[in-house]
Design a protein around this ligand. Structure first.
Ligand code: LUZ
Ligand code: MOS
Length: 766
């Protein structure tokens, strides 16, 4: 029997992220903080200066003579396979015959100090015969440069439905990429163990991905590689797959040199070499009836995958899953192309292709509304998902909170009044204009690849009553360790102080999915609950026997055995020691695999998500019509957290996601030139939100609901990614402010809406 009922009182007492103290006092350990072992060597990566070409000659002789240089590795030194592709084997660790992007690794210098390793990079000479460079995904698609064949999701019959539409609008919408800019850059520290084993401390969201790939490249079994992760200084998807590269390189050097090897990327190298959120350019066609009901929607997405597959096929799939965002549309055709270009392979980023699709449908709706001269939110509200609405992929909306979130937001925050304030302000001000937009979200929770939705946990109760917990969850600032400690404390009815969350380690918890897809707390929490329950069942049986009562009548809470509601003097500590003396097993391994989910790729139909997360944001911006700059007055949100198990952490995730989403939509301008060179390669040229660009007000209301989302841990819905998508509303708020100043403005649906673009809108015309 699994107890999944939440005692919310016991949960409310443990609100704070347990890492907060060590974070602010600088005591938290990241890869670069691990005390180095004697004999440690340092690595630096030599990468391609050209975006596409034939590698004709690589001359290492001068570099090898540089002070402190121990060895320089290339693909020749790989004993296994020179292959790191996670979904498709199309990505070498080191370039062999060709290079496909600027920043593609070619060689690895190992030296006695980091400075010496980096110095030697300048002496490496490479001769590359140029090949044509593609950076535009539409050009790639036209030339047949696709990572995988295109895919289409279909509901109803769009061709027939467009015949019935009163209004039809077509256009293009684009979103740029986004640099992850985790505070802790990519890095790994590997060292030799006995008999050819290697231990890798890595800043990775996917310890098993690194273990598997390292084994494959080194040509040894997975059990020879142990990956250990204490925590990450941010991931955001950037370390789901792309932390692997650096861990494998360090391990390769260890295999040959039998010395500890550390590889930490400098920020500009990290920005240059790693992939980012996939830029998209998309075409849409939307058809409405005379009552503004959306009857038909077609979208074609051109995903800029970069030079290799990485996770782009899965990201493209999630794009298709989010074509209709939070709306029910009876006839949908959504088609996606994953386009190969000569920029670094793009990768997971909070939302994973979902936000890109959601921007397109929002653009289509906004296009229709402006053309029909009605408020965008009239079309939005009218077409929201309702209970049992069918998604284009066959799943039906259950416990659908789309309208509940929308209506609560518009009522509680008084949309009418907010709109009036904006109108009044705009009537009174000539050079400052306000804009307002609503952004409803609906995000599917589960890895789209069904097999990835599994997790395990290992629990040891020590005979002093303390508890050690290992799971596959990686702490990256999102507070999952706190949530795991809450789960264990709650399961045993003991204080959270008794719970230690161990590092994430592939020898303690094997075959893990990456901490991603917002599903980490759900999957690992459920596995952990399963492990705790096994131990608890043994304890309860013992307690019932000792107390001579039925096992169903005993329970554990407040660090004691209770008989029904009656407290006994049988304490947790005594219970544990008695169990140990009776030689009961005080450890357990838990397992969880999300039930219900399935997907048939041949039909593109199924039930891929455990559940959906809903919400609505109202965003207001003020635009300086002289400078083209803007600030956000407020973001007012009603969000469907289910029954949040930790409001402080969930609020933090929501606020952080909103600001990151606003950054992507408004200021973060990721630019490659025609040669495939990253122009925005440092914080001087790539602007991310700082404290001054945070909205003046961020209000987050927890939707009150009776729904019990059983597939969420303690009914507490996944929160990692969905709030980012509220940021899309920021784009439309700014756009509306421009139109308030210049109703003739031509403002393409092209994000980010930087101050430069704003100025062109303010003073341009159709
Ligand atoms: N990673 C992944 C993800 O491999 N599959 C997913 O569906 C996903 N979704 C969101 C973020 N990362
Ligand atoms: Mo993520 S985009 O959930 O690694």
């Amino acid at each position: 029997m699994l107890t999944t009922q939440t005692n919310t009182e016991s949960l409310k007492t443990v609100m704070k992220n347990r890492d907060s103290h060590s974070h602010v006092s600088g005591k938290s350990i990241y890869v670069d903080d691990i005390p180095v072992r004697i004999g440690t060597l340092y690595a630096a990566v030599f990468s391609s200066p050209h975006a596409h070409g034939k590698l004709q000659e690589l001359n290492l002789s001068e570099a090898k003579q540089m002070p402190g240089v121990v060895r320089i590795f290339t693909h020749h030194d790989i004993l296994g396979e020179n292959q790191i592709g996670g979904i498709i084997p199309d990505e070498p660790l080191f370039a062999e015959h060709e290079v496909h992007y600027q920043g593609q690794p070619i060689a690895l210098v190992i030296a006695d100090t980091e400075a010496n390793a980096r110095e030697a990079l300048h002496k490496i000479k490479v001769d590359i015969a140029p090949l044509p460079i593609i950076v535009d995904p539409r050009e790639a698609q036209a030339k047949g440069e696709l990572i995988i064949p295109p895919r289409s999701f279909r509901l109803g019959d769009t061709a027939a439905a467009f015949e019935q539409c009163t209004y039809i609008f077509e256009g293009t919408a684009e979103t740029a990429g986004q640099e992850h800019l985790y505070i802790e850059g990519q890095g790994a520290y590997a060292y030799p163990m006995e008999n050819g084993s290697i231990r890798i401390a890595s800043s990775t969201q996917g310890p098993t991905a690194l273990q598997r790939t390292a084994a494959q490249v080194l040509g040894i079994p997975m059990h020879q590689i142990e990956v250990d992760v204490t925590r990450l200084g941010g991931g955001f998807g950037g370390k789901e797959d792309q932390a692997t590269t650096w861990g494998v390189m360090a391990a390769l050097a260890v295999q040959h040199l039998q010395r500890p090897v550390k590889l930490i990327l400098h920020r500009m190298d990290d920005m240059k070499m790693t992939g980012k959120r996939n830029p998209y350019t998309s075409d849409y066609k939307i058809g409405l009836d005379e009552n503004h009901r959306i009857l038909a929607y077609e979208a074609t997405y051109y995903q800029n995958a970069g030079a290799a597959a990485d996770l782009s096929p899965a990201i493209m799939e999630r794009t298709l899953f989010h074509a209709n965002n939070s709306y029910f549309i009876p006839n949908v055709t959504a088609t996606a192309y994953s386009c190969r270009t000569n920029i670094p392979p793009n990768t997971a980023f909070r939302g994973f292709g979902g936000p890109q699709a959601m921007f397109v449908i929002e653009a289509a709706i906004d296009h229709a509304a402006k053309a029909l001269q009605i408020d965008t939110n009239i079309i939005q509200r009218k077409n929201l998902l309702t209970e049992n609405s069918e998604f284009p992929y066959g799943q039906h909306a259950k416990d659908c909170e789309a309208k509940a979130c929308w209506d609560t937001a518009t009522e509680q925050y008084d949309l009418k009044k907010l709109q009036q304030e904006v109108a009044d302000f705009n009537a009174q001000n000539e050079l400052l204009k306000k804009g307002l937009a609503l952004m409803p979200i609906c995000f599917g929770i589960s890895f789209t690849k069904t097999s990835m939705n599994q997790a395990r946990a290992l629990v040891h109760v020590y005979h002093d009553g303390s508890v050690g917990v290992s799971t596959g969850a990686v702490e990256m600032g999102q507070g999952v360790n706190t949530k795991m400690a809450q789960v264990a404390a709650h399961a045993f009815g003991i204080s959270i102080e008794r719970i230690k969350i161990e590092t994430t380690n592939t020898t303690r918890v094997a075959n893990t999915s990456p901490s991603a897809a917002s599903a980490t707390a759900d999957l690992n929490g459920k596995a952990l609950l399963n492990a705790c329950q096994q131990i608890k069942d043994r304890f309860l049986e013992l307690a019932a026997r000792r107390l001579k009562v039925a096992v169903d009548d005993v329970l554990l809470k407040n660090e004691c055995v209770y008989i029904k509601e009656e407290k006994t003097d049988f304490t947790w500590k005594k219970l544990v020691m008695d169990a140990f003396l009776e030689r009961l097993n005080l450890s357990a391994k838990g397992h969880y695999a999300t039930p219900v989910i399935h997907f048939d790729k041949a039909k593109e139909k199924g039930h891929p998500f455990a559940y959906h997360v809903y919400g609505t944001a109202i965003i207001t911006a003020t635009l300086d019509c002289v400078r083209g700059t803007y600030t956000f007055d407020s973001v007012k949100v009603v969000h469907d957290f289910g029954a949040s198990m930790n409001r402080m952490i969930d609020l933090g995730q929501t606020e952080g996601g909103i600001v990151q989403g606003i950054g992507w939509m408004t200021m973060e301008e990721l630019l490659y030139n025609k040669d495939g060179r990253l122009l925005s390669n440092a914080l001087s040229t790539y602007k991310i939100p700082d404290i001054y660009s945070v909205p003046d007000e961020v209000s987050v209301q927890f939707l009150r609901t009776d729904n019990r989302h059983d597939l969420a841990i303690f009914h507490s819905k996944a929160v990692g990614e969905p709030p980012l998508m509220y940021g899309i509303g920021a784009y439309f708020a700014v756009r509306n402010a421009i139109l308030a100043f210049n109703p003739q403005a031509n403002v393409p649906f092209s994000a980010p809406i930087t101050p430069e673009k704003v100025l062109m809108g303010l003073y341009g015309s159709k």
